[in-house]
Design a protein around this ligand. Sequence first.
Ligand code: ASP
Length: 438
Amino acid sequence: MLVVAKFGGSSVANATQFKKVKDIVLSNDSNNARNAVVISALGKKEKGDSKITDLLYLLHAHLKYNVPYTNIYDMIKERFGKVKSELNLTLDLDKEFNDLEKLLTKDIKEDFLVSRGEYITSKLMAEYLGYGFVDAADVIKFNYDGTVNYELTYELIEKAYLENGKIIVPGFYGAYPNGSIKTFSRGGSDITGAIVSAALKATYYENWTDVSGILMTDPRIIKEAKAIKEITYAELRELSYMGASVLHEHTVFPVQKANIPIKILNTNSPLDPGTIIREDCTDKEQIITGIAGKKLFTSFTITKKQEVNKLSVIQSALNVFAKFNITVEHIPSSIDSFSVVVPSSDVANNLYDVVTVLKANPDIQDVHIDDDISLIAVVGRNMVDKPGMSGRIFGTIGSNNINIKMIDQGSSELNIIVGISEDDYIKTLNAIYHEFVG
Ligand code: ASP
């Protein structure tokens, strides 16, 4: 058994958090199998904390525009110095920072500078855990087009693991073939964790964070929202697309391909069961897995002339949306009309132009705009092949006196999406949650 454990910024924000990480990594609950650890940069734990990565981006901007930067730089040094002294570590931080200082010029590369957060945090953690430090620049390899060279990367990680035994790899960055540092997008340590898991064919990829798993719905709206026990990759994708922010969106691919389950766990409450993401979920009890919602959509309801062919009108309307670079989210339809639902932000500056071009089509009789659409998606693999599910959802919404403006069910039956007015958003989420979860 081999487990890859990735700890996010809040899990390594200070010396107290470092201790929690050590307890988890060295505990026996996974038969001492947490042999590869991926670490983010010191993040936020207490009110007033800054994320080291944010400070590094800020430092870069100061350098670039020739603005005095000593304050920010000292804050960064201080955060690391505090962790080192509180844990009695011996890492030569002065040398690390002296080396870095020599490079602090207007031309320093942003990716390199911001990667130092993960780099130094991981060096401290490697000493604290007694694990071998493996620089991500030596094992996570990018092609010049910015994609990961998986074959080479997997080979290098495996080799580093065989050479070092237990290893720590900093998250968030890797290197181009010429050695220059490249980072993933923000939150990208999740991706590093997934890549290391796939490379080492881990039994599990543990993603340690500050919540006890993925919640069934937005806890800002439903405080008592329960954690999801099990979720498939496909369900996760649906929920993430609808706004549930869980993992970096590119995390899943390497582990899904290698069929490695992901566990989302809480560093501050390590005994909580958390959520497991895997292909073959067995839990049949919970009919719905999650409810997610997104606000601010606009619907163009296009009515065609009765005698003309609907397909060609849809086609030409979609061409208009493509021309204006507008994302089309849903196209519910009836005999002579169809609606095109798009994010309102995509039409904020060109709504009337779009309508004018649509109306110029002689086959189109009318275009009606509704700019008050919120979407709510009910997602659940256990809804598939279950008669009456949509009836129950619509019945619940109806009995709460909420008007449904649009309905869309993918043929995979994995999700049912309803469009409602923004005023009904909170009410709808509550109604569905309490009907299905209690
Ligand atoms: N430290 C990086 C960030 O804040 C990467 C990560 O935490 O995953 O975006």
